[in-house]
Design a protein around this ligand. Structure first.
Ligand code: THG
Length: 264
């Protein structure tokens, strides 16, 4: 599983405050902690309230780059903010994200080529997020086609079937799992699949969030999920992740597998 740490996101109060105060240490500690917990890449999102998102993205990417060369997943819907972030990355970045609108795909697949970036494609368009897997797969096909038209390897595309909070959109979870299973056959090499996992438990009671996250992650891994944006500091979630991978024969079994993984 390719693990993307979710925590450097202005949706969290401490990150929003650090951006406002230009407090490097808060961001650098989050970068180092997530890397130590097993992140392969770090999501970087300036958050909804940023007054100057381009400047904020540049500051975040530079600040993280002072302490680690880890891959960054640049999370923004704004093209100028995306390009500003990509231009400052020290290793191969991930574009988060493009949706299935023609104009967006043209712009963002071109950026992916220019910066040698992988790209996350959301199964949504101007009409929103389809309610079933058939609708999501139709949009996944558009994303795969655009990826090919731009001469990009389809294994560089991560299809995100977009999980919604279970407390308001309960029927979606099983449709997302079906989309993950079926997305594999859309191209050769197969596109990869990714989820923003914590969406599923958003606004659920605090005591339930971690349980909902780790249960859905195990289900998604059994459906073939390749990558996830998640809370790498949640130990129970990470234990579920490695155990689900073990049961899917993605990790080698030994009696002390949890200890072995935690020491990595
Ligand atoms: N797909 C892609 N990118 C994404 C998402 C996705 N990026 C953003 C988001 N979704 C993934 N990141 C988060 C980060 C935090 C939470 C959810 C998704 C979250 N936070 C808690 C909450 O809102 O209840 C706590 C917030 C707080 O403490 O202030 O749930 O789907 N490609």
């Amino acid at each position: 599983m390719f693990i993307i740490g979710e925590r450097i996101n202005g949706m969290f109060k401490d990150v929003a405050k650090a951006i406002k105060d230009k407090d490097e240490s808060v961001i650098q500690e989050l970068a180092e902690k997530q890397t130590a917990c097993g992140a392969n890449s770090l999501d970087v999102n300036v958050g909804p309230a940023s007054s100057n998102p381009k400047e904020a993205m540049e500051w975040l990417v530079k600040t993280i780059g002072k302490v680690t060369d880890i891959s960054l997943t640049i999370d923004t819907t704004k093209q100028d903010v995306m390009e500003a972030g990509l231009g400052l990355c020290k290793s191969k970045p991930i574009i988060n994200s493009v949706n299935a609108n023609e104009e967006k795909m043209k712009n963002l697949f071109s950026l992916a080529k220019k910066y040698n970036a992988s790209i996350i494609g959301l199964t949504m368009d101007k009409a929103g997020i389809p309610k079933d897997s058939e609708g999501r797969l139709e949009l996944a096909i558009k994303l795969v086609a655009s990826c090919m038209e731009h001469g990009m390897d389809t294994s560089e595309l991560y299809i995100d079937a977009v999980i919604l909070p279970v407390n308001v959109a309960q029927p979606h979870a099983k449709e997302v799992l079906k989309t993950i299973r079926d997305a594999k056959v859309l191209a050769d090499p197969a596109p990869k699949t990714v989820l923003g996992l914590s969406n599923v438990s958003q606004s659920a009671p605090a005591g339930h969030k971690s349980l909902i996250n780790r249960t859905f992650l195990a289900m998604a891994i059994s459906s073939g999920l390749d990558a996830a944006i998640l809370d790498v500091t949640d130990k129970e979630l990470m234990d579920s992740l490695i155990t689900a991978e073990l049961l899917m024969e993605k990790q080698l079994y030994c009696d002390s597998y949890l200890d072995a993984y935690r020491k990595k």
